[in-house]
Ligand binder design. Sequence first.
Ligand SMILES: C[S@@+](CC[C@H](N)C(=O)[O-])C[C@H]1O[C@@H](n2cnc3c(N)ncnc32)[C@H](O)[C@@H]1O
Length: 280
Amino acid sequence: MMSKYEDYATVSKAYDETRVPIGTEILLGCLGAAGAPLADIRLLDAGCGTGAYSRAMLGHVGWVDAVDLNEGMLAVARAKLGPEEAAGRIAFHQGSIDALPFADETFDAAMINQVLHHIEDGADPAFPALAAVIAEMARVLQPGGVLVINSCTHEQLHDGFWYYDLAAEAREACVRRHISAERLAAMLTAAGFQMRPPAPALDAVMQGEAYFDMTGPLSEDWRKGDSFWALATDEQVARAEARVRDMQAAGTLEAWFQGRDERREGVGQFTFFSAVKFTE
Ligand SMILES: C[S@@+](CC[C@H](N)C(=O)[O-])C[C@H]1O[C@@H](n2cnc3c(N)ncnc32)[C@H](O)[C@@H]1O
């Protein structure tokens, strides 16, 4: 279950500095489908990381329970949201999201932001560990409760991130870690959810301005902003760096970057899937 390909104990600090919680307005729109008024919602942030999305939701919902496996990520989240924790508006829990310390039907809504591909399913194309997480979401949500999953489609992994092309093997490994949109929908339906119409693909970028740094791949700190790089071997990273340097020397880097990045406008980087738990 545990995320093995990224060492979050050490990247948690850099991670927090390189990511922004994009799509919060889409999330809020999805949460609007929960049975309760937004301000009364008890929300689960499953795989909260450094708490960026919890923080974004706190001004809108009634109460947040934030769960993560990793101590380092939780420590950063706690430090950031200390006043809200003291005020009793958020509680942090260390644990795995396939075995939550909550009673059945505790939550009005749950969100899983950029976590699915960290669930360890090995090479099993049926994604059984992920299915266990979805079943756990179905258990802790009330009937009529909303589940929002923010993830990348295979198309977005191919065309939504300009630098993925620098390490094609890592991109294929990344695609294999992501369940397809069709299979995810089937898994949610089988677990007792009804899919809601998809929100439009979002082409905002998660690393903010840093994303547009064409020489970013040359910096280890920059690479820490996306766990994609942890899927590349040292040799593949070195080849990616060499390619950037060669293009830079030839004066072709900017044109190449723009050509790749144009594709993002078509497909976006992230998709918010949302589903409602069936009522009896
Ligand atoms: C890419 S980060 C996303 C963090 C946060 N949701 C965000 O979007 O900023 C993935 C997070 O999932 C957590 N994670 C991975 N597998 C988990 C599991 N089985 N249970 C709980 N957390 C898990 C990792 O520790 C990490 O903090």
